[in-house]
Write a protein that binds this ligand. Structure first.
Ligand SMILES: C[S@@+](CC[C@H](N)C(=O)[O-])C[C@H]1O[C@@H](n2cnc3c(N)ncnc32)[C@H](O)[C@@H]1O
Length: 247
């Protein structure tokens, strides 16, 4: 999977491949990250990337010419590599990212992420080259870089061979439409708090059942809307029924 990021702060975005799961994926060449700085596509002495908004008002707007040139170069590189990539603008006005969207994205060959700054980018850039707009939540960031990093991390975790068996994405919250169950490690008793006995029983069937119960109960407690349109097995229905009866 190739990620191209159009950003005024490449050093920020490059930090995403410096460590952890994404870093290992980059080392193993499962992902490839390239940053393109719009400042490198300016021709004036000050390398200007922004200008005042037409109509007045506060803040600055990112100029279209340098952004378009950076996107064009990223696209040309991908074409040379035979990779088809969509251009995604990170924006609070875009569709909100979730696990199912990330799962679909993980089947693609790559993405070009366009990170805005200031008041955002000249609208004509969106009309000319952007295929989709994605948001990472209903709040406003100072720039699209954190959004791009969130998307890169989320998508990378879902690529084949990125996670080992022990930290498989299948168990993660949202993967099966439920929140994840609680996790424990050694010591068995910590500050007087004991690990649930079933997890130390060695009985894999009981452990799997307990985890399923916990996932269902947590989802019902914390994110009941996730269960609304879900088709539940008879066993799941009974677990939930018993839990809701008790609470
Ligand atoms: C200060 S914001 C501009 C917000 C814009 N004036 C608006 O209200 O829609 C600067 C940049 O941060 C990025 N950004 C802000 N919030 C975001 C979010 N929730 N998800 C993804 N990107 C975001 C976008 O790239 C945006 O161009």
């Amino acid at each position: 999977m190739r990620f191209d990021v159009i950003t005024l702060f490449p050093e920020l975005v490059e930090a995403v491949v410096a460590s952890g799961v994404v870093g290992r994926a980059a080392d193993a060449k499962l992902i490839d990250l390239h940053c393109w700085n719009p400042r490198d596509y300016t021709s004036d002495r000050h390398r200007t990337v922004d200008d005042r908004p037409y109509g007045g008002g506060p803040g600055m707007v990112m100029k279209p010419d340098c952004l378009l040139s950076a996107v064009d170069d990223a696209k040309a590189k991908n074409k040379e590599l035979g990779i088809v990539t969509k251009v995604i603008y990170l924006s609070p006005q875009g569709k909100t990212l979730n696990q199912s969207a990330a799962k679909i994205m993980s089947k693609e060959e790559g993405f070009i992420f366009l990170c805005g700054r200031y008041e955002g980018v000249d609208e004509r850039v969106l009309e000319l080259v952007v295929d989709e707009e994605w948001s990472i939540g209903d709040y406003v960031l100072s720039g699209g870089e954190l959004g791009a990093m969130v998307m890169i991390d989320t998508i990378t975790r879902l690529l084949p061979n990125v996670l080992g068996h022990n930290d498989s994405a299948e168990q993660d919250s949202f993967s099966a439409g439920l929140l994840d169950c609680p996790h424990y490690t050694r010591p068995g008793v910590f500050l007087g708090k004991e690990v649930p006995k079933v997890l130390r029983s060695g009985d894999h069937q009981r452990i799997a059942k307990w985890r399923r119960q916990q996932a269902l109960q947590r989802t019902a407690q914390r994110r009941p809307e996730l269960l609304k349109n879900r088709v539940l097995s008879e066993e799941d229905k009974k677990i939930l029924h018993d839990f809701l009866d008790k609470s």
